[in-house]
Write a new protein. Structure first.
Length: 71
């Protein structure tokens, strides 16, 4: 079950990084974290924190990549 263990560790790392102020995520990772929450999880302190943090990260303005090909 190495593939399963790798997926579980990846998900765990995503959750742990939520506590960081400068964490950056792909939109798919943010959606994954919310998708894996069960209905009961939304009433727990951790679940509420995860929802608030994911919503804040999704609302964070994105910076446009600089096109250095023009240099």
């Amino acid at each position: 079950m190495p593939k399963f263990a790798k997926a579980v560790n990846y998900y765990g790392d995503l959750i742990i990084k939520l506590a960081g102020k400068t964490s950056s995520y792909k939109d798919t990772d943010l959606d994954l974290m919310l998708a894996k929450l069960q209905a009961d999880d939304y009433s727990t302190p951790l679940g509420q924190f995860m929802v608030r943090r994911v919503e804040a990260l999704k609302a964070k303005p994105t910076t446009d990549e600089v096109d250095v090909d023009m240099l």
